[in-house]
Design a protein around this ligand. Structure first.
Ligand code: NAG
Length: 236
């Protein structure tokens, strides 16, 4: 009994000591999952943000991020996220991108989105923080936050109706926006690529899927805490 209790205690102490990610681009890795305190747009306003790892295992991760941003109302400050690592492959050779998530925001008087973010590129060695194409799935938007470009369609995918937005130039972004917050979601993101192939001419046989992440993009507001109680993903 004593030995078991000691092992359990030291395991949780080890996690607790490495859970606070407050530095720009601080990361925590566990198997195929990475949690990133990505504050890429912090210079467009002022404020702060820390991300906390609450659980990480082969079957998924749980984490929180607390932020408070002001200024630069139309600029994204950050994308704290959980990332799933996989073998890059052509989108046409992907069978499914299964994922599930449960999340919440404790203060929704904010200007922010909650979104999946995937990148594809013709070059398999393209940097993974951008692509030729970006696919975003906005499970929620709060306040005036809106995707890049303009709305081009409405589509029912994975049982939900989404606004479809398109914009960008060197990186072309397709964003699917839910009409009201979806705080618990389980689905196959490949369904969105199949819509893009059949309805928007997306070149799946020449684009590699290079990155998959889930997180939140604050513009302004706070203080608030975004909690991801559970997130898992797999690319098959
Ligand atoms: C959040 O930022 C605002 C504006 O800078 C500030 O007035 C407020 O005190 C901050 N809130 C917290 C909890 O730090």
């Amino acid at each position: 009994m004593y030995a078991l209790a000691f092992i359990a205690a030291s395991a949780s102490v080890a996690l607790a000591q490495s859970t606070s990610l407050c530095e720009q681009y601080a990361t925590y890795s566990s198997g195929s999952y990475v949690i990133n305190n990505n504050l890429w747009g912090e210079g467009s306003g002022s404020g702060s943000q820390c991300t906390y790892v609450t659980d990480a295992s082969d079957s998924g991760v749980a984490w929180k991020t607390t932020w408070n941003w002001s200024g630069g109302d139309s600029s994204v400050k950050s994308y704290a996220n959980s990332q799933y690592l996989f073998d890059k492959r052509l989108v046409s050779e992907v069978n499914s991108i299964d994922t599930s998530v449960e999340w919440s925001y404790d203060n929704t008087d904010i200007n922010a989105d909650v979104s999946y973010d995937l990148f594809t590129a013709a070059d398999i060695n393209h940097v993974t923080y951008s692509g030729d194409y970006e696919l975003m799935v906005w499970l929620a938007k709060y306040g005036p936050a809106q995707p890049i470009g303009s709305q081009i369609d409405t589509a029912t995918i994975a049982g939900t109706s989404w606004q479809v937005w398109y914009g960008g130039s060197t990186q072309q972004t397709y964003s699917f926006v839910a009409s009201s917050p979806i705080t618990s979601w389980s689905g196959d993101i490949n369904d969105f690529f199949e819509y893009l192939v059949s309805s928007q001419g997306f070149p799946a046989s020449s684009q590699y899927l290079i990155n998959m992440q889930f997180g939140t993009e604050p513009f302004t507001g706070g203080e608030t805490t975004f909690s991801v109680d559970q997130w898992s993903a797999s690319v098959n």
